[in-house]
Design a protein around this ligand. Structure first.
Ligand code: MN
Length: 401
């Protein structure tokens, strides 16, 4: 319950309280918490209450806050819950509520490193069938380790950033030589992104049990992908220019504490994983995405089927001694469910372009110039209540010559 009025169906109820960075008029960007359709401008509230760490909210990114670690995150959450839940805080907070419609949301944190996994069995199987039609869809390593690659941190962009259609080399299987030009198979990937707060030391792997010590929360990710560039370049070293031109993330970082009610046990893993990937209580999240193309719902991918848990992804990413840093982002890989209308990319939804889907009365396969894609997500608690993650949007602009 809150003394703040929250519209029905708002993703941002009184127990969610995600953090983001907003710009209001000509003022410096700073940290706010979302509640209903408003933002609590945290810097002046924290400063007036002489809160330890009040300066964390005057920053133009969340990185300083992310670096304080779990005890600080917990204390901040307790404070936020009191601000919105305790009527005695009304006089202190109400003057610092800003309508979300009056601000521009920024990239919430400076991305340190960006890693992208491939943890959905449905997606990996679909892509295997499409990219390697005459072979086993899953490669031999897939159920032994969470497959991933290093992406490009510097091109992770805020929701709302326009996406210029990339150009590059592509070669159809039956073409004699590659050609250069704008991607003709521009696509999306619906993903969940994990945001690292507490760093780990070089040379010291992070255990699956320490996931929540290092990871602060999650964002919605759209890993824009040029399938024609990807198909030609990806053997033998994996994705490169087909992915690195842009990755969009949602503006609000939802904490693991807010997501706790949506945690579900990880599904069975067969064959058994190696000891460093094994845990007693590995969890996944019951999160549902909605994908809109120009305002029309085209897919509803469910996260809970993912084969690898985020704790296993973190353990695997550091098992060789690689450290993680504050601001690291690692994404799940495309989330696809078992049903056709639960696929998290257009290459799957249109089966390689051969089975167009009908959107607003038109046959559609890959993205066209001017298309706008919006992905929203919410977590479902056991009691049916929802914790929204907000939305990530982007519009495709024509290639630049
Ligand atoms: Mn991806």
């Amino acid at each position: 319950m809150s003394w703040i009025s929250i519209p029905d169906g708002s993703p941002f109820g009184p127990e969610n309280l995600p953090l983001g960075v907003f710009r209001y008029g000509e003022e410096e960007p700073r940290v706010g918490a979302a509640i209903g359709d408003q933002i609590i401008d945290l810097a002046p509230v924290a400063s007036a209450q002489m809160l330890d760490g009040a300066q964390l909210f005057t920053q133009p990114t969340l990185n300083a806050f992310l670096a304080v670690g779990r005890s600080g995150w917990r204390a901040t959450r307790e404070w936020l819950l009191d601000l919105v839940g305790n009527p005695a805080q009304r006089d202190a907070v109400e003057p610092h509520l800003i309508p979300q419609s009056a601000v521009t949301m920024q990239l919430p944190f400076e991305v340190a490193d960006y890693v992208d996994f491939y943890a959905s069995e449905h997606h990996a199987t679909n892509l295997g069938r499409l990219f390697r039609p005459n072979a086993e869809p899953l490669l031999p390593n897939w159920k032994h380790l969470p497959v991933g690659y290093h992406g490009r941190a510097g091109t992770v962009v805020a929701s709302g950033t326009d996406i210029v259609r990339p150009s590059g080399q592509r070669k159809a299987p039956d073409a004699p030589a590659p050609t250069f030009g704008p991607s003709q198979r521009l696509d999306i990937e619906v993903e969940l992104g994990y945001v690292v707060g507490t760093p780990s030391a070089l040379g010291r792997p992070v255990s699956v049990d320490d996931f929540a010590e290092h990871v602060y929360g999650v964002v919605v990710v759209n890993d824009w992908s040029a399938r024609d560039l990807q198909a030609w370049e990806y053997v033998p070293l994996g994705p490169f220019l087909g992915k690195s031109f842009a990755t969009s993330i949602s503006p609000w970082v939802v904490s693991l504490d807010a997501l706790a009610t949506a945690a579900v046990p990880l599904g069975p893993q067969d064959p058994p994983v190696l000891p460093y990937l094994a845990g007693e209580n590995l969890e996944n999240y019951d999160i549902t995405f909605e994908v809109f193309l120009n305002g029309h719902l085209v897919s509803t991918p469910p996260y809970k089927h993912l084969y690898w848990s985020p704790a296993q992804m973190l353990a695997h990413m550091t098992v060789n001694g690689a450290g993680v840093r504050t601001g690291d982002l690692y994404a799940s890989g495309t989330v696809s469910g078992p049903e056709k209308d639960q696929r998290g990319s257009f290459i799957e939804l249109s089966w390689g372009g051969r089975e167009p889907l009908i959107v607003d009365g038109r046959e559609r396969t890959f993205l066209e110039d001017g298309d706008e894609v919006t992905i929203t997500a919410w977590a479902t608690a056991a009691d049916g209540s929802r914790t929204g993650l907000g939305a990530v949007s982007g519009r495709v602009l024509p290639a630049r010559s």
